[in-house]
Write a protein that binds this ligand. Structure first.
Ligand code: SF4
Length: 357
């Protein structure tokens, strides 16, 4: 793992530019972002709690491409406790946590669901249950960032029949000072963008009703998906290994949940934009949504209906029918979204944006 300070100036500014886009600023803000990162000499303390989890979020963050979240987190924040990567163990580690909590004024990151059944006995850390640790630590934290679907909404541990009564952080300690960064795993970029926003503005970003930052989760995957023109043209992959799949057609019929999943993966990508889920040929599994294991499985079954902002509920058959009419009328495939909204055929010229999103 490298260090942000070992980056060339050019790469560092490129990194700041990518952050600026997500947090809703333009290129003019790059020097300000660079300064906020470079001057974070106070190094706000960070306590990272691990609950019921697979450590996928830590792995995704630590192993992501350079320059990555790990560099930012390790360079800019003072890691007082993160049991996955810290050297001390056992009582020594518990002492580190206790010292950090006593000092107060820290940022608390929580990874993993919190088992609450039978007084929390299904998860113990040291002599305490996960519930007790979370309550004690979060009480003294400036803010609590729940990372990954398990910490935000319970994730896989909370899937039926949920024998440990696993819950997300805000269900256990309330919504105050909690921000959710769901995903399975959470994209390391989302952690970077949230931390930089916090450093720049000394507050957490605006969130939606599910406590997710709007700057990251404000749009559906479908709205920005590069395969969307195929969706609107009624061009679908019917089975994997087919000619349609090779052509990069829409994955809706083979289970893509992109129309209901919220995040900026189509734009931000993963691992320095090396690729992302749908880019690799897999349908979106809606891992940023609450209850996604129960609500969105089987993963390869299609969603029963599609609700598209500005269009409402449509079925695949409707899309195909309108696409056929549009094709017969000589209208380009990417204008079908406008046909669905009723704007086409009423004298309005098609807009070159391909739809409503
Ligand atoms: Fe992309 Fe999935 Fe929407 Fe198709 S259904 S356009 S693959 S997000």
């Amino acid at each position: 793992m490298g260090s942000l300070r070992s980056l060339s100036r050019r790469d560092f500014l490129k990194f700041c530019g990518a952050v600026a886009i997500t947090i809703g600023l333009n290129e003019a803000a790059i020097p300000e972002i660079a300064e906020a990162i470079e001057k974070a000499t106070k190094r706000p303390p960070l306590v990272w709690l691990e609950m019921a989890l697979c450590t996928g979020d830590s792995e995704a963050i630590i192993q992501s491409a350079h320059p990555g979240p790990a560099e930012l987190v390790l360079d800019v924040l003072s890691i007082d406790y993160w049991d996955t990567i810290m050297a001390p163990s056992g009582k020594q580690a518990e002492k580190s946590l206790q010292d950090a909590v006593e000092k107060g004024d820290f940022l608390c990151v929580v990874e993993g669901a919190i088992p609450t059944g039978e007084d929390g006995k299904y998860l113990t850390i040291g002599d305490k249950t996960g519930v007790e640790v979370l309550k004690e630590v979060s009480e003294k934290a400036k803010a609590v960032v729940a990372v990954g679907n398990c910490a935000t909404y319970g994730g896989l541990p909370a899937a039926k029949p949920n024998p440990t009564e696993a819950k997300g952080v805000s269900e256990v300690i309330g919504k105050e000072k909690v921000i959710n960064l769901p995903g399975c795993p959470c994209n390391g970029r989302w952690v970077i963008d949230t931390v930089v926003y916090y450093l720049l503005f000394n507050k957490l970003p605006e969130v939606d009703e599910l406590l997710r930052p709007k700057m990251i989760y404000g749009q559906t995957v479908h709205q920005n998906c590069p395969r969307r023109a195929h969706f609107e043209a009624g061009e679908f992959v019917e089975e994997f290994g087919s000619e349609e799949e090779a052509k990069g057609y829409c994955l809706y019929k083979v289970g893509c949940k992109g129309p209901e999943a919220h995040c900026n993966s189509p734009v931000a990508g993963w691992n320095n934009k090396a690729n992302w889920c749908i880019g690799s040929g897999a349908g979106c599994i809606a891992c940023t949504e609450p209850n996604f294991w129960d609500a969105y499985t089987p993963l390869y079954d299609r969603l029963p209906g599609v609700s598209i902002p500005g269009i409402g509920n449509v079925s695949v058959d409707t899309i195909g029918k309108i696409a056929g009419v549009a094709t017969a009328a000589g209208i380009g495939a990417h204008f079908v979204g406008q046909a669905l909204t009723g704007r086409l055929g009423k004298g309005a010229p098609p807009e070159p944006d391909g739809g409503e999103a």
